[in-house]
Write a new protein. Sequence first.
Length: 112
Amino acid sequence: MSERPHREAPVPRLYRPEDIADVLGCSAWWVQDRARRRLIPFTRVGRAYRFTAEHLAEIIRLNEERPARKPEPGVAAPRPVSRRPVCPPVQPERLRARSPRRLRRDQFDTAA
C-alpha cells in the first residue's frame, strides 16, 4: 500500500469579539450579546465566542439595509408608514388634589 501525503484543509482563523467589534465599529459587548441571543453566527470554543471571516461577512450581510426600490423619475417617494397602532384618543381622568397632611392630622384631634 503506497502512502500519499495527507493534505489537511487550512484551519480557519478565529477572531475574538473584540476583533469583530473593531471591524464593525461597535462594542465587544454588542457582539457577545448578539451571539448570546443567537442573532449572529459564531463558533463556541469552551465558553468563549469566536468568529471566522465567513461569520463576519454573514454578520455584515444580516445587518445590511437596502432601499425598498428605486424611485421612478418624476414620481414622489411614498411616505413611510407609521408602525405605531392607531388608537382612539383617551380622555384623561380629572385628578383631584388631596388635602395637605397638616389638615388631615388636625382632623383627628390627636395630642402630640
